[in-house]
Design a protein. Structure first.
Length: 196
């Protein structure tokens, strides 16, 4: 048990060993077990994850996770086509929506990013996944989980070059973790190894 705790793992009430953050609150458990790190493809699905990671910047992920249904409603299910057509009136509406994080810079960046994504040759999926690193061993401890990697730095640079906003190297790496481009479940976690 001491080794489990030292590695950054926890044993849940269900006797499953999972990454420590995944057992830190009941809201995190299903997200950790069923969603985080699972490969995500599709431009709208990846646009959602990119947007939510950008909104998370400076906040706790639990805040964004709990507000995700409201974000989905406010941003038309994260349809790139729909959000790219949002107007200034939509931006004003979003800033009045208490269900989401009301940060004008992040709202404006989301509308802008949708327009950039809508015009991407080949689409968002191909661009993002082209930066996925080769599979590697899972981290043995939470201390081994990086905040950025050469791939996330390169991805952030490419996104910025193409005009995206609010997607720096740390946000890009969190996006890679959340969408299964990397598998940062700890080595002792019960979630089966992920294959892109």
């Amino acid at each position: 048990m001491t080794d489990v705790i030292a590695a950054g793992l926890v044993v849940g009430a269900d006797d499953l060993v999972r990454c420590g953050w995944g057992g830190s609150t009941p809201d995190y458990q299903p997200y950790h077990d069923l969603e985080w790190g699972q490969p995500v493809h599709g431009d709208d699905a990846l646009f959602e994850r990119m947007t939510l990671e950008a909104f998370q910047s400076g906040l706790s992920w639990i805040t964004i996770l709990r507000k995700r249904p409201a974000f989905r409603a406010a941003f038309a299910g994260f349809s790139i086509t729909a959000v790219s057509a949002f107007s200034e009136a939509d931006a004003t509406r979003l800033m009045a929506d208490a269900g989401i994080v009301r940060n004008r810079m992040k709202v404006d960046a989301t509308l802008h990013n949708a327009r950039v994504a809508a015009d991407l040759p080949g689409g968002l999926t191909d661009l993002l996944w082209s930066y996925a690193p080769p599979p590697r061993a899972r981290p043995a401890t939470s201390a081994e989980v990086p905040a950025t990697t050469p791939e996330s730095i390169a991805l952030a640079k490419e996104l910025k070059k193409r005009g995206f906003k609010f997607v720096g190297p740390t946000t890009a790496y969190a996006l890679m973790q959340a969408t299964g481009m990397v598998d940062d479940h700890l080595a002792g976690c019960f979630v089966p190894p992920i294959r892109p």
